[in-house]
Structures are given as structure tokens and as C-alpha cells.
Write a protein that binds this ligand. Structure first.
Ligand code: PLP
Length: 415
């Protein structure tokens, strides 16, 4: 193990952290599980699993609707989670947090609702060339419906947004800029504060897709200055089926509902309905109650470790992994941005990513192979797909050694 990681070990006891995650101690095909698909979804600490179990066993009730004890208690826990999310993201007001099923639904909500209120024929939306489909397709649909135009920020060969080109795309027709904070396909960390400042100077609003940043770094939406910021619980060590979006209250107040029905109304008559104020206006129907409470617990867990410590440790893992994988003949790392999250996309000269990940699985190594829901990114880099090792703070350098060793076997087999 390299010196830096040995030094980090004193500050960050990864073996102890791993004890919090029961799933990590299992073997796969007789080999220790090496879980490196954290950009797809993260594993849950025992504390979250236990909190969810206890809530469902002893405390479960619906939220918002009843006056009895179980309901009042569940509503309190649910709203406590909203406060925890607001604090975690640096939002000033917990009512600026709307829960959804995850980032995909969050972006669809904003595209639909912001779009219907603020986007008209001839207007423009800007995304980048390295977006997840969840931050591409909703804008395409919106533009088609409203007669607006979608413009795309190009990236350089390292996978960094070309900011001079971005500036040229901005105009008084730009209504919204929607980019990710961290690219799930390349790991690029985008300069979201600068992007936001430039968009605001042009009079445009900004949505940041935070699906890949919230689990790995300290986020402060007020410092970034963005108008919307999305997240997914299942990528933040919380249950699946919950996520959400921060939005500035002045915007939420102006926006029409996306999904309609129960819980989002002020008054319904057969002739007319008036809507509840945000966030209820955007949370029709019974929410993912248990999952929201699990998310609150995951945030407590992350805060207990400290997001700055997490990102510092993951940075050292990235450096180590990039060195180890970069030393393999016939392996090309795709995405070499100066500012990068702990994620390594790569292509082997001799084997397709689908074959690579299937063979890695024989060694108990879980790595994703495919286009990562970012087909335009793959086209930009001239590959049909990549293999992607995405790390979390419970990963160890030894696991990256195991990955490198297994990749050498794949190369030998195909050569
Ligand atoms: N945006 C990015 C950058 C992602 O990585 C993902 C998921 O991989 C999404 C959006 C979609 O998130 P979800 O599937 O949780 O809705």
C-alpha cells in the first residue's frame, strides 16, 4: 500500500467503516466481494437498515393526514428528514426541499413545471455533452413541446466542459442551464458555481444534477447559487425510491404542480381546485415514508463521518486507482479531468466492456459496463461503451489491486 494511503489510514479507518456495511463482508463465487459500482447505487450501513426496520416494525404510519399518535410521529420524522436534507445541502429553508422518487423524477418535475411556466417558443435550454439521459431527455421533450431549442456545451478530450463555448451559447433567449455537478460516465467535477454565475448574468436559471456529487462531497446550494439541485437517496447510502430537489422558494411559488391528486391541494370543489403552497404542491399522493426516514438516517451517518473526510479519502483512492489502472498496457482511461470524482471509466483494446465486466464478476468484482445512460458522451469519446469502476469511502486500495490483477487476466485471455 502506498505511503499516502497508509497515512490516510490513521485518519480514516476504512476497515472500521466497512464493519458498518454488512453486505461488504460476503463472498461472491468464493472470492471476497469487491463492490465498485457505487455510481449506480451504494450499499447501506447497518444503521440505516436498522432504522428502516425499526420504523416499519414499531413506528409506521401515514404522514400528514391523521390526528392519531402513529401518524403524528411519522409526520414528525418525515419532516425531520426534510430538515436534514436541507441542512445537508446548505438550503436556507426546509420548504425548499421537494421529495421525489429520485433524480430522474426530480428533473422531470422541474422540466414539466418550470417549463410550462417559463419556457416558450424560441427560448433556449442549455445542457452539456456529458449528461445522464435523465438530464437530457426531459429537456428534449420540453423543447419539442414548447418550440424551444436545446443547446449543448461541448467538452475537451479530458471530459471537461469548454467554458468559452458555454459563454457563447448563453443569450437573452436562454431560460435554463441544466448540467451535472459530477459526470456519472467520466467522473468530471464541473465548476458549477462559475456555470451558475454566468447563467445568472445572462438572466437564465440553473439546475444542477447532484446525483453523483451528494454522496461524495460537501454541497452548499447557497454557495453555488443554483436555482435547483437534485439528489438520489439510493446513491447516498439510503434506500431506493426516494430523492428530491432543492429549489428556490421564489421559483417553487410560481410553478404549477407536476403530479396532481391528494395532498397537493388547498381546496377542491367539483368546479375548481386551488393548490397547496410548496413543497406540498409538488408532493401529490402518499410519499415513500419509510425511505425518506431512511434517507434522514443516512445523512446522519454521513455527517458523523464528515463529507470533507469522505471526499479527501476518496481522492486518495482515485489517485491510487488511476495509477494502478493507468499502468496496465492496453487500458485507456476515458475521462481525465483535472477535477475528478472517484470514478474511473476505461476501455480495453482487446475486449468489449460487457465481456470485461462478466469476467471480473468471476473474481467477485462488481463493475459496470455499458453506456451508463450517457450515450452522447460515448459518441463524443468514440466508444460504444466503457467499463466503470466507481468508488465509495468503504473501498480499499487492495480492492483496486484486485481489479487490476483481474483485468490483467482478461487481457491475457483475449490477447
Ligand atoms: N443523473 C446522474 C448523473 C446519474 O448518475 C443518475 C443515475 O445514475 C441519474 C441522474 C438518475 O438517477 P436516478 O436513477 O436515481 O433517478
Amino acid at each position: 500500500m502506498p505511503q499516502t494511503l497508509m497515512a490516510d489510514k490513521a485518519a480514516f479507518d476504512v476497515d472500521k467503516i466497512r464493519e458498518d456495511f454488512p453486505i461488504l463482508s460476503q463472498t461472491v463465487r468464493g472470492k471476497p466481494l469487491v463492490y465498485l459500482d457505487n455510481a449506480a447505487t451504494t450499499q447501506k450501513p447497518r444503521r440505516v437498515i436498522e432504522r428502516v426496520r425499526r420504523f416499519d416494525t414499531e413506528e409506521y404510519g401515514t404522514v400528514r393526514r391523521g390526528a392519531y399518535r402513529l401518524c403524528e410521529h411519522a409526520t414528525q420524522l418525515f419532516e425531520d428528514s426534510r430538515q436534514k436534507v436541507a441542512d445537508f445541502l446548505g438550503a436556507g429553508n426546509k420548504k425548499e426541499i421537494v421529495f421525489t422518487s429520485g433524480t430522474t423524477q426530480a428533473i422531470n418535475l422541474v422540466a414539466y413545471s418550470f417549463g410550462r411556466r417559463f419556457v416558450y417558443a424560441g427560448d433556449e435550454i442549455i445542457i452539456s455533452n456529458i449528461e445522464h439521459h435523465a438530464n437530457t431527455v426531459p429537456w428534449q421533450v420540453l423543447c419539442e413541446e414548447r418550440g424551444a431549442r436545446l443547446k449543448v456545451i461541448p467538452v475537451n478530450d479530458a471530459g471537461e466542459l469548454i467554458l468559452e463555448e458555454y459563454e457563447k451559447l448563453l443569450s437573452d433567449r436562454t431560460r435554463l442551464v441544466a448540467v451535472n455537478h459530477v459526470s456519472n460516465a467520466l467522473g468530471t467535477v464541473n465548476p458549477v458555481r462559475e456555470i451558475t454565475e454566468k447563467a445568472h448574468a445572462a438572466g437564465a436559471r440553473v439546475l444542477i444534477d447532484g446525483a453523483q456529487s451528494t454522496p461524495h462531497m460537501k454541497v452548499d446550494v447557497r454557495e453555488i447559487g443554483c436555482d435547483f439541485y437534485t439528489f438520489s437517496g439510493h446513491k447516498m447510502y439510503a434506500p431506493s425510491g426516494v430523492g428530491g430537489v432543492f429549489g428556490k422558494m421564489e421559483l417553487w411559488q410560481e410553478m404549477p404542480p407536476y403530479v396532481t391528486g391528494g395532498d397537493m391541494i388547498m381546496k377542491v370543489t367539483l368546479e375548481k381546485t386551488t393548490y397547496a403552497p410548496p413543497p406540498a404542491r409538488f408532493e401529490a399522493g402518499t410519499p415513500a415514508i419509510t425511505q425518506v426516514i431512511g434517507l434522514g438516517e443516512a445523512i446522519d451517518y454521513l455527517n458523523g463521518i464528515g463529507m470533507d473526510r469522505i471526499s479527501q479519502y476518496e481522492k486518495s483512492l482515485l489517485e491510487y486507482g488511476s495509477r494502478v489502472l493507468g499502468a496496465i498496457d492496453g487500458l485507456r482511461i476515458i475521462g481525465t479531468a483535472h477535477d475528478k470524482a472517484a470514478l474511473i471509466s476505461f476501455a480495453l483494446d482487446v475486449a468489449h466492456p460487457h465481456d470485461v465486466v462478466t469476467l471480473l464478476d468471476q473474481d467477485g468484482i462488481a463493475v459496470r459496463g455499458g453506456h451508463h445512460c450517457a450515450q452522447p458522451t460515448m459518441v463524443r469519446f468514440g466508444v460504444p461503451a466503457t467499463s466503470r469502476a466507481s468508488m465509495a469511502f468503504y473501498n480499499k486500495p487492495e480492492e483496486l489491486d484486485a481489479l487490476a490483477e483481474s483485468l490483467q487476466k482478461v487481457i491475457k485471455l483475449f490477447s
